[in-house]
Design a protein around this ligand. Structure first.
Ligand code: ATP
Ligand code: MG
Length: 603
């Protein structure tokens, strides 16, 4: 029996808030919410700084520390052994003040960049928010990066200080330190009173620093965060974000993640990725909820245990993690009491319909897909708690977000006439996804790449580089990244559609689909397939999968070739790297591999 069938009916599980009232979704009616919404109103729900400024850390921490939620649990860290330790909003305010004071004592000022290279430790959260209090800019790195990607990013971003661990420092930073003249200070989280030569003992410095309130009088347009993109399509770009982004973190946390003050929320994203900051730190704290932080890496049984033991109510994860849970089997969820869970959301990659359906079986709840990018800073398109889910669709634009599809020419370039993009109005027609510029968390630049930034905009629209369709009811359906769309015998084929169909085959856990050159068809579809536990590759299975896909997709769209692979190449943020599958298939240079999961060293 699966967990889903064992568990009580959904209405019985609706959690109650402190007064015992059931939790109603924040967004009740989509059209009404869109009509009534304004970014100015969302901004007014935040308190802002005295004197008119805006600082993310004030909204996330100090606002609560000075009010009735001061003693509410802000962050709950789950250790390897499953035990937990917490920080209240008041304690987090004190620690972040101390971190800001340490930066000040060292002469690190506004606009200067503080980097992190660490897992999900309390110090990471203290550093993000403390840096923002100081008016400095925070930039997280994946702790699994090798020395070269670390060096490149610290160099490009003019990193002034770095927060890391002794082991990571020894392995990845010590040897590049001399080539980074801007990097003046390295804080070791675990120096234990004996820092490495050239580093500082963070715990000692924090203990000695005053906890008095520090809040730089930042304006909404001051730079706050620097995030490097995942590098799925090429060399990662540094996206610049400002304090005003917090308005979008607040509004999207409310509508797309349905956060309520009574929630215990868990975001599984790596802290090196934009999701780890926007929705792993900022959005939940701005809402004053309790955030569960797993100090360990992904493991199916551990994850089910955390969901159950920590009584997680809202869970934000990624398709790649869900597919891994699915590969391990829904029966692993059985025996875990997931009755506290109210809302499950996913981001980062297309969410195959199969996974949405599986979620219903494993958690008794559907998974709500949502879409955004490093550049958008926050969720832009989502399936909402109270609205119908269409499995395979990313949902509809958030209130306050205007989306459109831009026609593409024969080379896949957006069609722009007299400076304005030509919009696709017919339903179910492919186009490049575009967003009306001006939402608060829109990136304000690519680091050192002004021209590239400029080229992302046309006639007041931001062009996302993703291709999608919109149905007659306004739901958006992801087709693929512009570069991944396959042209075969006059058909335009989105890899996502093919991958999702393959996943409906009982043996297939995940699939990555590319186009390979063909003298007749231009390109033909090739699939790389990872099998579910218990299945072995064989010629018979290969033919069965091809036959299965043909029945579902037709011969023109189904893959001609299927290769079995033990592990698809992925980015550190869990995205299938189709460009790498293609380069390897065609024997071409692999390009930037700094964010590839399988080739970087483990921390
Ligand atoms: P790079 O820009 O360096 O190639 P990246 O685009 O993967 O890397 P991110 O900003 O982390 O870097 O990812 C955003 C992209 O992830 C989106 O543009 C889209 O292609 C994909 N994505 C995110 N969420 C979804 C989703 N729900 N459905 C489909 N694709 C998604
Ligand atoms: Mg991108």
């Amino acid at each position: 029996m699966t967990a889903g069938t064992e568990r009580p009916m959904r209405w019985q599980r609706i959690p109650k808030d402190v007064q015992g009232f059931p939790v109603r979704p924040n967004l009740q009616d989509y059209e009404t919410a869109c009509r009534q919404f304004s970014w100015d109103d969302a901004r007014r729900a935040l308190s802002g700084l005295r004197g008119g400024g805006l600082n993310i850390a004030h909204e996330a921490v100090d606002r609560h520390a000075a009010g009735p939620r001061a003693h509410h649990e802000a962050l709950r860290f789950v250790r390897a052994d499953g035990s937990a330790h917490s920080l209240t909003y008041l304690e987090l305010a004190g620690q972040t003040n101390r971190f800001a004071a340490v930066l000040r004592q060292l002469g690190i000022g506004r606009g200067e960049r503080i980097f992190s290279l660490t897992g999900r430790s309390p110090e990471l959260y203290v550093a993000v928010l403390g840096a923002l209090k100081n008016g400095s800019v925070f930039c997280p790195l994946f702790s699994a990066f090798g020395p070269e990607p670390v060096r490149q990013r610290l160099h490009l971003g003019h990193g002034r200080a770095l927060v890391t661990t002794r082991a990571l420092y020894r392995k990845k930073v010590a040897q590049i330190r001399d080539s980074l003249p801007d990097l003046k200070h390295v804080f070791l989280i675990d120096a234990d009173g004996a820092p490495e030569p050239g580093t500082l003992d963070l715990a000692g410095l924090l203990a000695a620093a005053p906890a008095d309130s520090i809040m730089a009088p930042t304006s909404g347009e001051d730079m706050a965060l620097l995030h490097f993109t995942s590098g799925t399509t090429g060399t990662p770009k540094g996206a610049i974000h400002v304090h005003e982004a917090v308005t979008a973190h607040y509004a999207t946390g409310r509508f797309a993640l349905d956060l309520h003050p009574c929630d215990t929320y868990w975001c599984t994203a790596d802290p090196g990725w934009v999701t780890g900051t926007s929705y792993g730190v900022i959005a939940p704290l701005v809402h004053g909820v309790t955030t569960v932080v797993d100090e360990e890496e992904m493991d199916a049984d551990r994850w089910y245990r955390i969901l159950a033991e920590q009584r997680v109510t809202v869970w934000y994860t990624a398709p790649t993690a869900l597919r891994m849970l699915m590969k391990a089997g829904a029966e692993r969820a059985a025996g875990h009491d997931l009755s506290a869970l109210r809302f499950v959301a996913s981001v980062g990659e297309p969410l195959n319909p199969e996974v949405v359906v599986w979620g219903q079986e494993a958690f008794g709840l559907p998974v709500h897909d949502n879409w955004w990018q490093t550049e958008t800073g926050g969720i832009m398109i989502a399936n909402f708690a109270a609205t119908e889910i269409r499995p395979g669709s990313m949902g509809r634009p958030l209130p306050g977000v205007e989306a459109a599809l831009v026609a593409r020419d024969g080379d896949g370039k957006p069609v722009v006439r007299d400076g304005d993009p030509v919009l696709v109005t017919e339903p179910d027609t492919m186009g490049e996804l575009a967003l009306r510029a001006g939402w608060p968390s829109m990136f304000r630049g690519y680091l050192n790449e002004e021209e590239r930034y400029r080229r992302c905009f046309a006639g007041g629209w931001y062009l996302t580089g993703d291709v999608a369709k919109r149905d007659a009811d306004g739901y958006y359906w992801f087709v693929g990244r512009g570069d991944d769309v396959i042209k075969s015998s006059g058909h335009l084929i989105g890899p996502f559609e093919v991958e999702s169909s393959l996943m409906e085959h009982p043996a297939v856990a995940q699939a990555g689909v590319i186009g390979v050159p063909d003298p007749v068809a231009g390109e033909v579809v090739k699939a790389f397939v990872e099998l579910r536990t218990g299945w072995e590759p064989s010629e018979e299975l290969r033919l069965d999968i091809i036959g299965f896909a043909r029945k579902r997709l037709g011969a023109a769209v189904a893959p001609r070739m299927v290769d079995f692979t033990a592990a698809l190449p992925k980015t550190r943020s869990g995205k299938i790297l189709r460009r790498l599958l293609k380069a390897r298939e065609l024997g071409l240079p692999e390009g930037d591999t700094s964010t590839v999961e399988t080739t970087t060293e483990a921390p």
